[in-house]
Design a protein around this ligand. Structure first.
Ligand code: AHR
Length: 499
């Protein structure tokens, strides 16, 4: 059986928020020190930020970067990271068994993010931190001046407020690995008090409350319900996290999108239950602020160290394909997912790797992320699709997964397709006739004979997408063949468009 996709102009998922293409930089391993920041590197600027890394981040067009954690957040005192560097304390980071020098804090990170073309999504500590600490950080960052914290920011070199909009109220607080871990009701109550103070400090802030650390937790999804019942009126989004690793069956791994779909839908259903229960008119957004492939089972203990080489997964073509399926899920749920952060951005489970004193290069996952970030903006269309179905550990899953977006102003349509079948090319009919005259303007595919191929400093281009000749349509109908195990981007120009 072949696959088919029909798109209709009026059948939309909804507008795609720019923040869907966000990412994450945590004080973890070499993400900050030896990642974005390496004074003395030939590509470092006067602030010690690597311009080659910034260029790659800009290439990904990341609009928002979550900071400073992650698990790190729950033991972090933000005051340690501001003011003259020589007076900043060196601390043990107990979350990652590392030594934290505090050479980078919120001020420097906001400077970096501006250079990278992104805004900051800041986290407040709900482990060892208090609601007052959280509100003081909002005051430090966002209050114009004339108060102790805002004047301190000015004295520290930032007279203009950082104007941070998005705030994460803690991180994965149902995990026992979390510093200051709480039960759902205790976290919900504490988060509520923090959120009140944060909003009373700056009414414009957008607040993200912790959902469960993931569907593998015994507390999921009941945790989310309890927390939302405490915070529904104050929260803008529920935070959800999901990582996958290849457990040994490549076909199951290539079908993780099936599970991601269901995870988002269950999280949205939990939000909607609380919406009904609290008689709210507000529909809760989802902040999928950690998603990726992560070989968590490979982590090993390490000694106390500054910027240890940890969580430095090297991604294969196969990983990039599984990853691309998660990206499809995000686009197909753009009506609920308001923010998403690829965890993470540099060195730590990252699309970008930076070698000390050496080059920075793109991992295989860089490419599907870049594709959706560059071409996935506008309105997500609901794919009306047919494809052979196969049994997977996640239940029945289509062999080909699609997402599609339309940028009406630019007059473009983009179809993203993952052929998750490793053995067979998939003849695919794409019907765009409802859009009037349409032509295919460009096409790329990411695939190859070796699914275990990976990029490295020595072979930075071992895995990269290739351009494919665009297909000619017939009245808006196109026939293409999608290679086995391939990620495909098909770009279309709608007639009469300006570009
Ligand atoms: O992204 C790595 C870690 O994964 C984060 O610190 C934590 O929130 C999650 O468990």
């Amino acid at each position: 059986m072949d696959a088919s996709l029909t798109l209709l102009p009026d059948l939309a998922v909804g507008p795609v928020a720019d923040e869907l293409f966000g990412s994450f930089v945590e004080h973890l391993g070499r993400a900050v020190y030896g990642g974005i920041y390496e004074p003395g590197h030939p590509a470092a600027d006067a602030s010690g930020f690597r311009r080659d890394v910034i260029d790659l981040v800009r290439e990904l067009r990341v609009p928002v970067v979550r900071y400073p954690g992650g698990n790190f957040l729950s033991g972090y005192d933000w005051r340690d990271g501001v003011g003259p560097r020589e007076r900043r304390p060196v601390r043990l980071d107990r979350a990652w068994h590392s030594v934290e020098t505090n050479r980078i804090g919120i001020d420097e990170f906001c400077d970096w993010a501006r250079e990278a073309g992104a805004e900051v999504m800041a986290g407040v500590n709900m482990g060892t931190g208090t609601p007052q600490d959280a509100a003081d950080l909002v005051e430090y960052c966002n209050h114009p001046g004339g108060t102790a914290w805002s004047d301190l920011r000015a004295r520290n070199g930032h007279r203009d407020p950082h104007a941070i909009r998005w705030w994460c109220v803690g991180n994965e607080m149902d995990g026992d690995w979390q510093i200051g871990h709480l039960d759902a009701l205790s976290y919900g109550r504490k988060a509520r008090e923090a959120m009140k103070l944060m909003r009373w400090t700056d009414e414009r802030v957008k607040l993200v409350v912790c959902g469960s650390a993931g569907p593998g937790m015994a507390t999921w999804p009941e945790w989310d319900r309890i927390v939302l019942e405490q915070t529904y009126d104050l929260a803008d989004c529920l935070s959800i996290h999901r990582y996958y690793e290849n457990a040994g069956n490549d076909d199951d791994f290539l079908s993780v999108f099936r599970d991601t779909d269901r995870f988002i839908e269950t999280s949205a259903a939990t939000c909607d239950y609380v919406k009904a229960k609290t008689r709210s008119k507000k529909t809760m957004g989802i902040s999928f602020d950690e998603w990726n492939i992560w070989y968590q089972s490979r982590e090993e203990p390490h000694p106390w160290q500054e910027a240890p080489r940890i969580l430095e997964d090297r991604y294969t073509l196969l990983d990039a394909l599984a990853f691309s399926g998660m990206a499809l899920s995000l686009l197909n749920h753009a009506d609920r997912v308001r923010v998403a952060c690829l965890a993470q951005l540099v060195n730590v489970i990252a699309p970008i790797v930076a070698e000390p004193g050496g080059p920075a290069w793109r991992q295989a996952t860089f490419y599907p992320f870049r594709d959706v970030s560059l071409f996935g903006r506008g309105v997500a269309l609901r794919p009306v699709a047919k494809a052979p179905v196969r049994e997977t550990v996640w239940g029945d899953a289509p062999s080909v997964a699609f997402a599609a977006t339309r940028d009406e102003a630019a007059g473009t349509l983009t179809v993203f397709a993952l052929n998750a079948d490793r053995a067979r090319p998939m003849r695919t009919r794409i019907d765009l006739s409802a859009f009037g005259p349409v032509e295919m303007s460009a096409r790329t595919e990411l695939c190859g004979p070796d699914l275990r191929a990976a990029n490295s400093a020595a072979r930075p281009d071992a895995v990269r997408p290739a351009a494919v000749r665009a297909a000619r349509g017939d009245g808006g109908r196109f026939a293409v063949s999608l290679k086995p195990a391939s990620w495909n981007v098909l770009r279309f120009r709608v007639a009469g468009s300006r570009r």
